[in-house]
Design a protein around this ligand. Structure first.
Ligand SMILES: *Cc1c(COP(=O)(O)O)cnc(C)c1O
Length: 336
């Protein structure tokens, strides 16, 4: 696999650290757990979207874009990282957000990622849950073109073959880092939503013929995600990167059962997982993605799917700003 032909702009601090979680490993009585710190990609509080944006914004620059448009939920980490990347590259940024989590408190629209989007200078519009965000972006892009501007539209989550290249490259980074640390990776686990992270890792691991089993933990409760999004995106990413398509598709594995009632809606297992990571390791996870993924990891260990003698890398995809949009949720917090 050779990604050198694809334009890439440096936005992330790489490689991100790979750290052993001794106390969590001991508490769960078994598999050796390591964390790959993609929460520390370094741009405006970090996260997994920064690796995708290295390729997406290089493509935008190659097209001569002067502004980027993207979309997400009100507490989207992807839009926050896009706003930061655009600021760093001197591009204007417009964010189309939807109220995609029911029952949130008023503070939800004043703090966390949304507060940062505004600080980073992005233009934000907030729409009802059912809004067709792609249609809103397309219409806005057309209006900008009529004004003589050059917009570049990034899909939700940055999940297309261009963005997924960031995680094709990350697969190699993880494999090399593990090898240098003398680790044999049996499992690689991460939170999965719009699919670019999983598709890129599936293609990358396949190209490397790496034996690690990849598992994406579904954080949305979407039963069609694997067949309708992840496999097609893994195939398209592989084709784009010159990697065997069937091999990439064969790596796609979505683990269901940890999303609870849906995207952004807390679960008891997530609360336990976030508290364990914080209190055993000083590791801060988020309620929407990395917390549910950690709940998935804990569940897979407890049910024996991940065995005591194995080694697992938990990919921390970031998302911590969203913690502040859920005040009073974790035990020991006092809500006034
Ligand atoms: C976007 C996101 C994910 C999911 O990544 P996808 O590539 O969209 O599947 C996981 N964790 C965090 C914190 C995210 O922001």
């Amino acid at each position: 696999m050779d990604l050198s032909a694809f334009p890439r702009v440096s936005l992330a601090v790489l490689p991100t650290p790979l750290q052993r979680l001794d106390r969590l490993t001991a508490a769960l009585g078994g598999p050796e757990i390591w964390v790959k710190r993609d929460d520390m990609t370094g741009l405006a509080l970090g996260g997994n979207k920064t690796r995708k944006l290295e390729y997406l914004l290089a493509a935008a620059q190659a097209e001569g874009a002067d502004c980027v448009l993207t979309a997400g939920g009100v507490q989207s980490n992807h839009v926050r990282q896009t706003a930061a990347a655009a600021a760093r590259l001197g591009l204007a940024c417009e964010l189309v957000l939807s109220r995609n989590v029911p029952g949130t408190e008023a503070v939800y629209e004043r703090t966390g990622n949304l507060q940062l989007d505004r600080l980073l200078g992005a233009t934000v519009t907030i729409h009802p849950a059912a809004t067709d965000r792609d249609a809103v972006m397309a219409a806005r892009a057309e209006a900008l073109r009529l004004e003589g501007r050059r917009p570049y539209v990034i899909p939700v989550g940055g999940s297309n073959p261009v963005g997924s290249l960031g995680y094709v490259a990350a697969a190699r980074e993880i494999a090399e880092q593990a090898q240098a640390a003398g680790l044999t990776i049996d499992h690689l686990i991460h939170a999965c939503s719009s699919g670019g992270t999983h598709a890129g890792l599936a293609a990358g691991l396949s190209a490397l013929e790496h034996p690690a089993l990849l598992s994406g933990i579904d954080v949305e409760g979407n039963p069609d995600l694997e067949d309708q999004m992840l496999k097609p995106l893994a195939v398209a990413t592989a084709a784009f990167a010159g990697i065997d398509e069937a091999g990439a598709a064969a790596r796609v594995t979505l683990v269901q059962g940890y999303a609870g009632e849906g995207y952004g809606i807390p679960t008891t297992e997530m609360r336990e997982a976030v508290e364990m990571a914080a209190r055993l390791e000083g590791l801060v996870l988020d309620p929407v993605y990395s917390g549910k993924a950690m709940a998935g990891l804990i569940g897979l260990i407890r049910e024996g799917t991940i065995a005591e003698h194995e080694t697992v890398i938990y990919l921390h995809t970031g998302g911590m700003p969203a913690l502040f949009a859920y005040p009073g949720f974790f035990s020991g917090e006092t809500s006034s």
